[in-house]
Design a protein around this ligand. Sequence first.
Ligand SMILES: [Zn+2]
Length: 332
Amino acid sequence: MSTRSVILLFDDQSDRAGRAELLKGSSGCQVQFIDLHNKDVIAEIKAAAKTFPAANLILVDHVLDKTSPASQEMVNKGSTIVPLLREHWNACPILAITAAPDACQKDISSEAYEAIFSLDQFSRLASYVSSIIAGYAAIRKSGKNLAGLMALLRVPTDDQDALVGVLPEEVRRTLGQPECAHYMFRWFYNTFYRHPGLLYGHAWASLVLGVRGKAFEKYEKHIMRAAYTGIFRDKESPRWWKSRMYSLLLPKSARRFSVSIQQAAYERLHIDEVDFSGCYKCKEKWPEVMACVDDAALDCADMKPMHLRCTRAHKMANAKPYFEELRVMLGD
Ligand SMILES: [Zn+2]
């Protein structure tokens, strides 16, 4: 019998079967496309559960409006079939795919899916599914207590207390139980990995080095030891531990409090001045934060590098310990 992981892909548009092939190619998993077009959804789910009782991951199209007329009366969104899926695959992550992830996020209870992915990022999701499956297996095997989880996340010693402090209550409550992996992944994907705080993505890591986002690649190798290498890592969208970047660039010393991190990076990494980062507002070098241009902008895509002194707290700012505060550019 094959030991390959099994992914089930539920969709009501037959022409999307090609996605299963793409997924198979990039994940190395066995992928089964379950076509719900004009089908009785409950019967299809039951049949799939019989054939694939130990599936490792399920993908559902969030908009299911082309199933059989009888099914339409009870099912029209992927989220409405999630309880049916959970009856058969309680331990398996269920991810939604949709053309409009933000609308979908507002539209449904956060309990429905583990995560929501945008349709246009399907190829990225395809390369990420193996990491999700491996993370689930690792939590079930050795994430039975807090120390085990810290080891799986490869948390630097200095950050362990902070990390334990931000873990959601559901994770602590379910430690050692099968649903703990669901809570861990939801928190990891929607909060810990997404919001800059203990971990920094490309934009914030560039700020630490004092370089423009486009020049980051030139210096990235110097902070390799700060890279996040724990479970659920998304190789296409890497992260770095903030504390490790600081200790690499500015080791504990008397100078530590008198030198800015960008100055330290400049001296240690021999950064070329043409690569210096600049503040979106005042144009001077070495901004410290990513901030919105106005209070209406909330999207990461609308964030620009700015000095702390060139910004104020965003109207929607919701201070959470260890996560960076949302800030907005000062008016003239
Ligand atoms: Zn500035």
